[in-house]
Structure formats: C-alpha cells, structure tokens
Design a protein around this ligand. Structure first.
Ligand code: FES
Length: 160
C-alpha cells in the first residue's frame, strides 16, 4: 500500500462484507471501474449479523485503523433478520469500543446492495478520508502477542 496521504499516513481498513449484497456491490464497483481508495481489505461473511465486537476488536488489535461492516438493506437479509440484529447491536458495540478508548467514527455500519456499486465506492472513499483525518490507531503495538510470550513465561516457571 502506498503512503501518499498528506501526512504520510495511509489508513488500513477491514471491510466485513455480507456475501449476498455488499460483497457483490464491491464487485460491481470494480467491474464498473469506479475509482475508490485501495485501503480496504474485504472479508466476505455470510451475513452482517455474523459480525460482533470480537471480530471488530481482533481486526483493530491486528493493525486495522478502521472497520466497515456492510450488509443487505433492512428487509433484504438472506437470513431474514440478521441485519436487524446487526443494527440493534451496533450502538452497544460502539459504546463498548468507546469505553476502550476508540474514537467515534473508526467503526462504520452501512447497507449496500448488490446493485449499489456507486454507493460502495462512495462509502469506502468517505471512510478512508475519515480514518485518515483521525490518524493511525496503533492498537496492534499495545498488545503483547500471547503466542510468543507464553513459552517465555513457562521457561521462567521451571525451577533450575
Ligand atoms: S445476508 Fe446480507 S446482511 Fe444478512
């Protein structure tokens, strides 16, 4: 990824995209040759309702500066009410993340249908600029990699 932002910072974004609508909207944006920043890594999920705070926290812990969740419009979820669950949970998830010190705006929820390639491109463009303005999150540097730390701790526990 290039570092051509005005402050040298290029946001790293994760997008959890529902496979039935938003992922196809992303495909349409691509096949329509719409221009939008290449900062988001898309992750295909079966439904936006599958994404909860643990997925968002893992993405942020592993280096994402922002997380987008995108699903079918209300009433169009292929699992009937998955996106209603997403919408209901999202304010609580935002509160939790703010309690952990995350600035408002680093996590975004959008409804993008398979026919809305233009909306997908606009959302990614807006979100990239929003996160660029917030700056790097840097949570990954604050977490100790437990898989590396554990063996060292075990060694210390063994008597000489
Ligand atoms: S299947 Fe798309 S949000 Fe549920």
């Amino acid at each position: 990824m290039s570092t051509n932002g005005s402050n040298g910072f290029e946001p790293r974004l994760i997008g959890f995209l529902c496979r039935w609508c938003s992922y196809n909207g992303a495909d349409l944006a691509g096949t329509s040759r719409l221009k939008y920043p290449p900062n988001m890594v898309p992750i295909k999920t079966n439904c936006s309702g599958r994404i909860d705070a643990t997925h968002i926290l893992k993405a942020l812990k592993e280096g994402a500066d922002g997380v987008l969740i995108a699903g079918c419009h209300p009433g169009d979820c292929h699992y009937i009410n998955g996106n209603y669950r997403t919408a209901g949970r999202f304010p609580l998830t935002q509160k939790l993340l703010e309690q952990l010190g995350l600035e408002h705006g680093r996590v975004r929820l959008e409804w993008v249908s398979a026919a809305e390639g233009d909306k997908f491109a606009r959302v990614v463009t807006e979100f990239t600029e929003q996160i660029r303005a917030l700056g790097p999150l840097g949570w990954s540097a604050q977490f100790v990699d437990e898989s590396v730390a554990a063996p060292a701790a075990e060694k210390e526990a063994v008597p000489a």
